[in-house]
Design a protein around this ligand. Structure first.
Ligand SMILES: *[C@@H]1O[C@H](CO)[C@@H](O)[C@H](O)[C@H]1NC(C)=O
Length: 477
């Protein structure tokens, strides 16, 4: 009796599997996320974040990393908004991060292990911005200014915090490369906090229509900082502080203190006075020159490594077409640490009607976040199906899997401005239109025969575009 039943059930399961994993006609199952088939993508979406945590002085929004496209690309993404005077508490992640500042200004620190505290405030000799003098000696590592257009690289396990000392919201978009070779845990994003009682950033609370997969992962919503798990008296002993202080470090003195807190009074750091964007860039160039003049092997150490670049600078454009727009690329040539992390990024600004040449990424997935404006975007898979065909808007994120073809056209008076993160340090693209396109590389005869067109048409196809990547639309010119 039992045997035929079991057989029937297993047959059903096999059938279901076949239905769900092959072909784009089958409905996409909500919880299909076995990494094996994650790239069998039938549908991509440009989306706003799915999960939101409201904090005392800001919010943290995350995109649902269980979705197929995220599982396929092996990434997670967040948008962090810090209100003026807010502090995103010190934390680290097990996957490398790229953080792009979309709006606002602030300061941050990446605390590098074993590096000297190069900033020193000695007794009586320093005056803070508000005029108060420091009573005691404080040593700490360098605090960095960050502002709109900056990209910051945060390696795995490196503690960092961000403080908004400006008067507008600071908004950052963060890529967590969970499938990076430096991550030896699984692909679930995790953030380890050093303070507070952080809420779960990456998983929706119980009951909010959570998926099967999420229930299995057993993630609760009540988290603690990493000190909380240690025995208080052992911790007090290790830190050489009293029990009461150890309790506070563990976050035992507060019910909930979520991850972005309001700072009492003002945080004052010893640093050069606040500068304008232009000054900031100048300073950046000087820093770089300084580093270049110091090439004796020391620049390779973690302590001196460049972790920040002003990627929004129009003057540093790598690709520029006056009628159509520009692209700024950040790769391991600009920032050597990216070679270790196998990541890169680009920002782009297409004027209205301009087209980003249809192309594919040879070795990388590409994660787009729309900073301003909007674009018509199409992404095509190996079956020649448009798995994404949509108008993407400010605040949305979409993923272009490796080798999938993508075409973008700006369709907004503001144009289309984006930041794209790539999962490879020297991501190369193959364009399908323009002076450097693959069609130019193919012989006329091959084109003529492949498309059944005349030699004349083949020649036109090859040579009628002089631009390379950022193309002006014939309908606009
Ligand atoms: C913490 O460790 C101390 C010393 O080993 C021990 O006496 C105490 O019971 C422990 N506390 C807890 C909550 O386990």
């Amino acid at each position: 009796m039992a045997k035929p039943l079991a057989l029937a059930i297993s047959l059903c399961l096999v059938l279901l599997n076949v239905l769900f994993q092959r072909g784009c006609l089958a409905a996409r199952p909500q919880f299909e996320s076995s990494q094996q088939n994650a790239c069998q993508i039938c549908e991509l979406q440009a989306r706003e974040p799915d999960i939101r945590i409201d904090c005392e002085a800001g919010r943290i929004e995350s995109w649902d990393h269980y979705r197929n496209d995220f599982q396929c690309a092996g990434i997670a993404a967040q948008r962090v908004t810090i209100e003026p005077n807010g502090l995103h508490l010190p934390s680290y992640t097990h996957s490398p991060q790229l953080m792009y500042i979309v709006k606002g200004w602030g300061v941050m620190m990446t605390a590098l292990p074993g590096c000297p505290e190069t900033f020193e405030l000695s007794q009586g000799s320093q005056q803070g911005q508000e005029g108060q003098s420091y009573e005691e000696l404080e040593r700490r590592q360098k605090v960095r200014f960050i502002g709109e257009g900056d990209i910051v690289v945060i390696p795995s396990g490196i503690v960092h915090w961000v403080h908004n000392n400006g008067d507008t919201s600071l908004v950052a978009v963060i890529l967590l490369d969970t499938s990076n070779h430096l991550n030896q845990l699984d692909r679930n994003p995790r953030r380890f906090y050093l303070a507070g009682n952080p809420e779960d950033e990456f998983n929706q609370q119980q009951g909010e229509g959570i998926s099967e997969q999420r229930r299995h992962s057993g993630q609760g919503s009540n988290n603690n900082n990493i000190f909380a798990g240690f025995n208080t008296s052992l911790l007090a002993d290790a830190l050489n502080v009293d029990i009461e202080t150890a309790r506070k470090i563990q976050g035992q003195n507060v019910e909930t203190r979520s991850q972005i807190v309001r700072v009492e009074g003002k945080l004052v750091f010893l640093h050069p006075p606040i500068r304008s964007h232009a000054q900031e860039t100048q300073q950046g160039q000087q820093e770089q020159q300084g580093q270049q003049g110091y090439e004796n092997g020391l620049e390779e150490t973690l302590c001196n490594i460049a972790l920040k670049e002003y990627l929004g600078d129009p003057r540093r454009a790598d690709i520029y077409t006056p009628q159509a727009g520009r692209i700024n690329v950040l790769n391991s040539n600009d920032m050597p640490i990216l070679r270790h992390l196998s990541l890169s990024a680009e920002t782009g600004f297409l004027y209205n009607n301009a087209i980003y040449s249809p192309h594919w990424n040879l070795f990388a997935h590409e994660v787009f976040y729309v900073i301003r404006g909007s674009a018509r975007v199409q992404v095509v898979n190996d079956k020649g199906e448009a798995v994404l065909d949509d108008e993407v808007r400010e605040g949305q994120l979409f993923i272009v899997p490796q080798n999938h073809g993508v075409l973008q056209k700006a369709v907004d008076n503001q144009g289309f401005e984006y930041i794209a993160f790539k999962t490879q340090d020297n991501a190369v693209i193959n364009t399908m239109a323009g002076r450097t396109s693959v069609l130019r590389a193919l012989p006329e005869d091959v084109l003529a025969n492949a498309y059944q067109i005349s030699r004349e048409e083949a020649r036109l196809l090859k040579y009628n575009r002089q631009e390379t990547v950022v193309l002006s639309s014939s309908s606009s010119s």
